[in-house]
Design a protein. Structure first.
Length: 566
C-alpha cells in the first residue's frame, strides 16, 4: 500500500513556520534555480535549517542529531575517507549491529546513499543533521591537528630591514618575499576572530607596539601584541583588501572585505581613523547566519512579540529600533524585513552600508561621493510606489522629515536611531527640529534594545548574590525572595569569562492615544516614560530580570547594560 506523506511546504505552513505567500515565493525561487524547496526557503530567510531538518525527519521518520554535540569515535571517522565525507557532505557518527550510521542533510538524495553503500561496501543507516552542522563536524574530525604559534606568523618580518629611512612597497603582489608574512598574519587574524565569535577586530597602534583586541560577546579582550615595525605593512595590507586608498593617512576611510572562513562567507566592514601613533583600524565581522534571523528567534517576551508583530502589520506610520552601536538594531531590522517580505509588498531599503542582500527586496546603497545621500535616495524611492521603506539610520533632520512625510502619506517606514531608551527617541526627534504634532501622528512603535551575555552552559552553577547588589537603587524595590541566581564559574568553553553568546533584552513603547497626546504637548522624557510604563511598557531592566529569573543571564550583566537608562 502506498504511504501518503504531507509535503514539506504544507507541513511547514500548518506548523505556522511559513505563510502561504512565503511558500509561493519559495516555490517560484525553487523553479528558477532547480533546487530543493528546503534550500529555497532557507536562502530566502523564511525558515531556519533546523526547521527544515525537523520537518523532514517527521516526514520520513528519521532521527535528528547534531554531530557537533556528540563524541564520535576515531575508528568510526576512519571508516569514511575525508574526500567522500566532503564530497557528499556526510559524517559517520556510529557503528551498531553491523550498520554504519551516517548523518545526512537530504533524505531524498537516493543516489548519494547508493554511492556510499557501493563505495564503502557496507550497510548504511541514516540520521538527519543540518548542512552546517555536518560541515562543521567534518572540519572538526578530519582537520589535521596543527598548532601554530602566533609569533610564527611574524618570523618573516625578522628578515625585513626596519631602517626608518628605507620604504618598502608591500602592495606589490610580485614581491612575494615581503608579502607572504603579512598575508598570513591578516588571514590568521580574521580566521581566529571568526572562530572565537568576535564581532570586531581592533588594531590599535600605541607608542611602542600594536595592540590587537577582539570584541567577544560585547567585551574587548586583548589577544595579541605586535612589534611596532609591523604597523605599516599590516595597515597597508588591510587597506588593499578593503579597497581603501593606502596613500591617504590624514582622514578617516571606510571599506569592505569579503572573506571566507571554514567555507563560510564572511563580510567585514573596515573603518580607519588617524590617531597620534598611526592609523587605528576596526574590522566589524558580519556573518549572514546571525543577521538573517527570524523575529520569533530574537527572544522577545510573548507580550512584546505580539505587539511588535501587530505594529509591523500597520499600513503606515514609523517603527523605530533604537540603541547604541552594537546593540543588535540591524539584526532586529532584518528580522522584521523577513517578516514583511511578501509577494504583494514592494519594499525599498536605503542603507549605509548594505549589510546583507535579501531576496525580493530593493536595497539601495548610500554613496555621498556621487550625491546618493539618504534624503536624495528617499525622494527617488517614493516615486517607485513602495509599500514599505526601510531607512538604515535617521541621522539628520532632512532624513527624519522625509521619513515622517512618507509615513503620513500611506507608507510603513522602519528605521533605527541612536538613543538610550524608547521614550528618549521622541526627545531626539524633537531636538532635531521635528514638530511635535508630526511626531505624535506618525510614530507607531519604538523598540529599544540591548545585548546581554548568556551564562555559559558548561560551567553554570547556582551562587549567592551579594546583598549590596540587591539593595542598589533601582533594584531595592524588587522582590527576589524566590529567585535562585546562577552564574558561570569560568571554563575553557567560555574562555574563563563565565559567559558564552549574547541575547537581546527589549523595551517596546507602542504609541497609545494617551502617549500621542503627551507627545503633542511636549512633555518631558521622564513623563513619557511614566505614561508608557502605566500603559504596559516593560523597561530594559524589567525585561532583563525576566532572563535572570529564567537563569539565562546574570543580574550583574543586566545591570551593566541597562541601569544607565533607568
Amino acid at each position: 500500500m502506498k504511504i501518503s506523506r504531507m509535503s514539506l511546504g504544507q507541513m511547514l505552513k500548518e506548523k505556522g513556520i511559513i505563510t502561504e505567500e512565503q511558500l509561493g515565493s519559495a516555490l517560484e525561487h525553487q523553479r528558477k534555480l532547480s533546487i530543493r524547496l528546503g534550500e529555497a526557503l532557507t536562502e530566502m530567510g523564511f525558515v531556519n535549517p533546523e526547521d527544515i531538518i525537523g520537518s523532514l525527519a517527521e516526514q520520513f521518520d528519521f532521527q535528528v542529531v547534531n554531530p557537533m554535540t556528540i563524541s564520535i569515535p576515531k575508528d568510526v571517522i576512519n571508516s569514511v575517507p575525508k574526500d567522500i565525507a566532503k564530497k557528499h557532505n556526510i559524517i559517520p557518527i556510529a557503528k551498531q549491529n553491523g550498520l554504519l550510521v551516517v548523518a545526512i542533510s537530504d533524505p531524498l538524495d537516493i543516489s548519494t546513499l547508493e554511492d556510499l553503500r557501493f563505495t564503502l561496501n557496507t550497510n548504511i543507516e541514516c540520521v538527519l543533521a543540518t548542512k552546517n552542522n555536518i560541515a562543521d563536524a567534518i572540519k572538526k574530525y578530519y582537520a589535521k591537528e596543527r598548532e601554530v604559534s602566533f609569533d610564527g606568523f611574524l618570523d618573516g618580518f625578522k628578515l625585513i630591514e626596519t631602517d626608518t629611512d628605507k620604504t618598502y612597497d608591500y602592495t606589490k603582489v610580485a614581491d612575494k618575499e615581503a608579502e607572504a608574512p603579512i598575508v598570513k598574519l591578516v588571514t590568521h587574524l580574521i580566521d581566529e576572530a571568526v572562530k572565537v565569535r568576535a564581532s570586531d577586530i581592533h588594531i590599535e597602534p600605541l607608542s611602542n607596539k600594536i595592540r590587537i583586541r577582539y570584541r567577544i560577546d560585547g567585551v574587548c579582550q586583548e589577544m595579541h601584541s605586535i612589534e611596532k615595525h609591523v604597523q605599516e605593512p599590516l595597515i597597508s595590507r588591510i587597506k588593499i583588501l578593503s579597497n581603501i586608498d593606502i596613500t591617504e593617512k590624514r582622514k578617516p576611510q571606510d571599506g569592505r572585505i569579503s572573506s571566507e572562513v571554514d567555507e563560510r562567507p564572511v563580510d567585514i566592514r573596515v573603518s580607519t581613523i588617524p590617531s597620534t601613533c598611526g592609523e587605528s583600524i576596526v574590522m566589524r565581522i558580519l556573518e549572514k547566519s546571525t543577521m538573517l534571523m527570524k523575529l520569533k528567534n530574537l527572544n522577545f517576551d510573548e507580550h512584546d512579540y505580539n505587539n511588535f508583530k501587530s505594529a509591523l502589520k500597520k499600513p503606515n506610520g514609523i517603527i523605530m529600533v533604537t540603541g547604541p552601536t552594537g546593540s543588535g538594531k540591524s539584526t532586529t531590522l532584518y528580522a522584521a524585513l523577513n517578516e514583511l517580505n511578501r509577494l504583494e509588498q514592494k519594499i525599498i531599503t536605503v542603507e549605509d552600508p548594505i549589510e546583507y542582500n535579501i531576496f525580493g527586496i530593493n536595497q539601495c546603497q548610500v554613496n555621498e561621493m556621487v550625491g546618493l545621500t539618504f534624503p536624495n535616495i528617499l525622494r527617488s524611492a517614493l516615486r517607485q510606489d513602495p509599500n514599505i521603506i526601510v531607512i538604515g539610520e535617521i541621522r539628520d533632520v532632512e532624513t527624519a522629515e522625509i521619513a515622517i512625510s512618507s509615513s503620513l502619506t500611506g507608507h510603513l517606514v522602519l528605521s533605527t536611531l541612536h538613543t538610550n531608551d524608547a521614550p528618549s527617541a521622541i526627545t531626539r526627534l524633537t531636538d532635531m527640529g521635528i514638530k511635535s504634532f508630526l511626531i505624535s501622528s506618525s510614530i507607531q512603535a519604538i523598540l529599544a534594545q540591548r545585548l546581554v551575555r548568556v551564562i555559559c552552559p558548561k560551567c553554570k552553577i547556582p551562587y549567592k548574590i551579594k546583598e549590596e547588589i540587591l539593595t542598589t537603587p533601582g533594584l531595592n524595590n524588587i522582590d527576589f525572595k524566590d529567585t535562585e541566581f546562577y552564574h558561570g564559574k569560568g571554563c575553557e568553553y567560555c574562555n574563563k569569562t563565565g559567559y558564552r553568546g549574547r541575547t537581546s533584552i527589549f523595551e517596546l513603547m507602542c504609541i497609545s492615544p494617551e502617549l500621542r497626546d503627551a507627545i503633542y504637548k511636549k512633555v518631558t522624557t521622564n513623563e513619557l516614560r511614566k505614561i508608557a510604563h502605566s500603559n504596559g511598557m516593560r523597561t530594559l531592566m524589567e525585561d532583563g530580570l525576566r532572563l535572570v529569573r529564567a537563569n539565562i543571564t546574570t543580574l550583574e550583566e543586566v545591570m551593566r547594560v541597562s541601569m544607565q537608562t533607568e
